[in-house]
Design a protein around this ligand. Structure first.
Ligand code: PLP
Length: 369
């Protein structure tokens, strides 16, 4: 019995990476993205499982994430994808991470700090082909920055890359337009700087279009067995790795009119039994799920009733329940033949599966199993 626990099936992470490798075929490398504590799954163990499944590189967003991964897996090529302050740059370089660059000024700073640390920095020059966030929009600038890396004793041109804005939207023509723009940059880079790793694809792009694969794919969501298209992960041959579990702390009888939780947002319409689960939005069970979710107990779906509070939620077990205090409950995952997927909760909340698992708070231990 555990108050709240996220169980992580590392075998699923391994098999999802093998699935992605199969989709990529011969050639392109798989870079497993383990930012945001592995999308809430635990970065360290998921990184190791991803490597066992065929990933050969790792990527994170921030310097402190790079520090943690670099300490644990010092020999695996690691890319920090995000913008870095000067202090964060020092941290990322000290962690042995490769660095994302898209301006002259930052490239000069990277060279200076790499020289100070006594080791050349490996640089991935970013092209903004249409995401409209980080990256240089001008192809000549991207190629110029790569040449500047090649000319500096303190820098190595490691990669040229971009990020796709609509890979998960099958109807979007912008996906092909972005690929066309990046294709020209990639062709120039390959002609002028052979050996540079060209990369663009996220999880959705890997399944959507081989043309996006280039030399490497940066996959996050699919590594964890969540569906990049917000549908059923099984359609892409993926297995969800995370389940979120709690237990029934108490079962009590409700008479018609009795209410559960803050604001009396739910009242019993008949005599029934209500189960109390000792987890809530303090654990990442979002308040938007109030009267708007189901929970598995003894292999059956039961409605979440009343308002989700910080530390408790209530479920309607019906008038003649066999459920007893101590029974395991499943908020995400399977039990018996039933399953509640992160995609279902995301749809109920008007968000995406990414936000559901990233939102599981630090109060919830991540355990293998
Ligand atoms: C998070 C991220 C990815 C991974 O995207 P998924 O959709 O989770 O596969 C790839 N590239 C960049 C730049 C990212 O920030």
């Amino acid at each position: 019995m555990q108050r709240a626990v996220a169980r992580i099936d590392l075998g699923a992470v391994r098999s999802n990476c093998a699935r992605l490798k199969a989709e990529l075929g011969e050639g392109p490398e798989l870079c497993a993205v383990v930012k945001a504590d592995g999308y809430g799954h635990g970065a360290d163990r998921c990184a190791e499982a991803a490597l066992a499944g065929g990933a050969t590189r790792l990527a994170v967003a921030t310097a402190s994430e790079a520090e943690a991964i670099g300490r644990r897996l010092p020999h695996v090529p690691l890319l920090t994808m995000g913008a870095l302050t000067p202090a964060e740059l020092d941290t990322a370089l000290a962690a042995g991470s490769e660095i994302a660059v898209w301006t002259r000024g930052f490239l000069e700073l990277v060279a200076e700090r790499a020289r100070a640390q006594g080791r050349p920095a490996r640089v991935h020059v970013k092209h903004d082909s249409g995401m409209g966030r980080l990256g240089s929009r001008a192809p000549e600038e991207v190629i110029g920055l790569l040449h500047a890396c090649a000319a500096s004793p303190d820098l190595e041109p490691a990669g040229v890359w971009t990020h796709l804005a609509t890979a998960d939207e099958p109807d979007s023509a912008f996906f092909a337009e972005q690929l066309d723009r990046f294709d020209r940059v990639a062709a120039m880079a390959r002609a002028e700087l052979p050996g540079v790793t060209v990369h663009a694809a996220n999880s959705a792009a890997v399944f959507r279009d081989r043309r996006s694969h280039f030399d490497m794919a940066r996959c996050g969501i699919a590594v964890y067995g969540l569906d990049p298209f917000q549908a059923d992960p099984a359609e892409c041959g993926l297995r969800p790795a995370l389940s979120l579990r709690s237990y029934v702390a108490d079962v009590k009888r409700f008479e018609p009119g009795d209410s559960a939780g803050y604001g009396q947002t739910w009242r019993a319409e008949r005599s029934t039994c209500v189960g109390v689960l000792p987890l809530g939005y303090g654990d990442g069970v979002r308040r938007g799920l109030s009267n708007n979710a189901e929970v598995l107990v003894r292999g059956r779906r039961r409605p979440l009733v009343g308002t989700v509070s910080m530390d408790n939620v209530t479920i309607d077990l019906g008038p003649d329940t066999e459920v007893e205090p101590g029974d395991e409950t499943v908020l995400i995952g399977s039990q018996g033949g039933e399953e509640i997927r992160a995609e279902e909760l995301a749809a109920r909340l008007g968000t995406i599966n990414y936000e559901v698992t990233c939102g599981i708070s630090a109060r919830v231990p991540r355990e293998e199993g």
